[in-house]
Write a protein that binds this ligand. Structure first.
Ligand SMILES: [Zn+2]
Length: 456
């Protein structure tokens, strides 16, 4: 079992690692202690643990990762080793340190490598070894040191927790960095722990999901169905004849929302609220799914389709969609007033059977519609975010991107995946970065969406 000790040193908060195993041999990665205090901390650790350093490695040749190579040489007789393409950095390191810290401000005995590393070079210590993986981009000779046996990697300034290294330094190169990131995140297993050159540790699996610079499309196997996540709102049901809440001819014009759809209103006058929902439940029997609903169901042949809907109707299900998450509840279900989210209380009830005062749920409380009232929280939001995180393609139909919950969900979507919104309103344009706006209704827009999906 290897043991990793992390030190965070100097004004750039660079990480120095001491990697040891049960034999007490160890490898030092990026010795970068600044003053005597930091140098003392580092040396104390090695002495107290009775470790024997056998190699001194640099993830790259930038000054902030190698400030105490002289200490390592003096104490242990080891010289730093770095990938050979960073020789150009090592050759000009004095200049760079002077640029950053000023001439004479820093007493540093520059130590140059005696040996430069090759790609795939193996570094043995104790009963373990690290493989040098050349990952240019942040610098030409940046490298990741990987312990294959225990799935641990030291990623230097190539990959950080939820971020990546910059390519702004001299000789940094974007295209190289992108290729390197793709290379290591597909090569290393998801459970591989990563220890970066700055900040805290992470895992490859976590980064694939959360790091906005790593694209989901890199990790798809040939023949894998893509995850198509669709968020739908009132706009898609409107064309089936269900009136929307916010439109000027919508339901709210004829009824008082605060009275009929809030938890406070329900507590005040249960009979009135039940009457309203009984009418809505019955009304649902008079409408049919439309072309947009049917196309979304059909897309399951080609994609893993997940529908997240704000709608309480069952039109997606009736059109044949098999994976629908309702954020605001379902008209065709009922539950108890005391524990509305208790699965034991949630049951289906025929739409033409009214919910009566005095009718009880499984927990003995008054039966009520399985609807999230205003003033209640949305229990499926966490689940919805997780689904959005997994999306390869994200589509919004019939709801505004600017308001909850769409705005929250788009935050969870991986940066850079294809995103579309079908909505007839003018307001989008370039408003939401990355979304292609199909400016028409759901029924007309769904065929345009299909074409665009085929063209991806
Ligand atoms: Zn660097």
């Amino acid at each position: 079992m290897i043991k990793v000790e992390r030190f965070c040193f100097n004004t750039t908060k660079a990480n120095c690692y001491v990697v040891s195993d049960e034999t007490k041999e160890c490898v030092i990665i990026d010795p970068c202690a600044w003053d005597s205090y930091e140098r003392g901390q580092f040396l104390d650790y090695i002495r107290n643990e009775e470790l024997k350093p056998v190699r001194c490695l640099l993830t790259h040749g930038h000054y902030d990762h190698l400030l105490s190579c002289d200490q390592v040489r003096d104490e242990f007789g080891l010289y730093p080793e770095v990938h050979h393409r960073d020789k150009l950095w090592m050759d000009r390191i004095e200049m760079r340190i002077e640029e950053v810290f000023g001439i004479g401000g820093f007493e540093y005995d520059i130590v140059k490598p005696k040996h430069y590393l090759e790609d795939n070079e193996v570094i043995a210590f104790g009963s373990h070894y690290l493989i040098t993986l050349h990952t240019p981009g942040h610098s030409p000779g940046s490298a990741v040191f990987y312990c294959e046996k225990e799935h641990v990697a030291f990623t230097g300034d190539t990959l950080f927790k939820k971020s990546i290294g910059s390519t702004h330094s001299l000789f940094g190169y974007d295209v190289d960095l992108t290729n390197s990131l793709k290379y290591i995140t597909t090569l290393l297993p998801d459970d591989c722990k990563i220890w970066p050159g700055h900040d805290l540790e992470s895992t490859i699996g976590y980064e694939k999901k959360k790091n906005p610079y790593l694209l989901a499309s890199w990790y798809k196997k040939e023949g894998d169905k893509k995850n198509l996540v669709v968020l739908t709102g009132a706009g898609i049901s409107k064309e089936s004849g269900l009136s929307t809440f916010r439109d000027k001819d919508g339901l709210w014009q004829n009824f008082n929302a605060q009275e009929l759809a809030s938890i406070q209103g329900y507590r005040r006058d249960r009979a009135k609220v039940l009457e309203f929902y009984n009418a809505r439940r019955k009304n649902l029997l008079t409408v049919e799914p439309n072309h947009a609903h049917y196309v979304l169901a059909e897309l399951e042949k080609e994609y893993n389709v997940s529908i997240i809907t704000q709608n309480v109707d069952d039109l997606h299900e009736r059109a044949g969609s098999t994976n629908v998450l309702h954020l605001h509840g379902e008209l065709r279900k009922v539950t108890g007033s005391n524990n509305p989210n208790d699965p034991k209380c949630i049951v289906e009830k025929p739409l033409d059977e009214p919910i009566l005062i005095g009718e009880k749920a499984a927990d003995g409380s008054q039966l009520r519609p399985y609807i999230v009232f205003f003033g209640e929280n949305v229990p499926n939001m966490t689940k919805a975010k997780r689904i959005a995180e997994e999306a390869d393609i994200f589509v919004v139909i019939g709801t505004s991107l600017h308001v909850y919950p769409a705005a929250n969900l788009t935050d969870s979507v991986t940066w850079g995946i294809p995103c579309f919104i079908i909505d007839p309103s003018e307001s989008y344009g370039q408003a939401i970065y990355g979304f292609k706006h199909i400016k028409t209704t759901a029924v007309a827009g769904i065929d345009i969406l299909k074409e665009k999906l085929n063209a991806l």
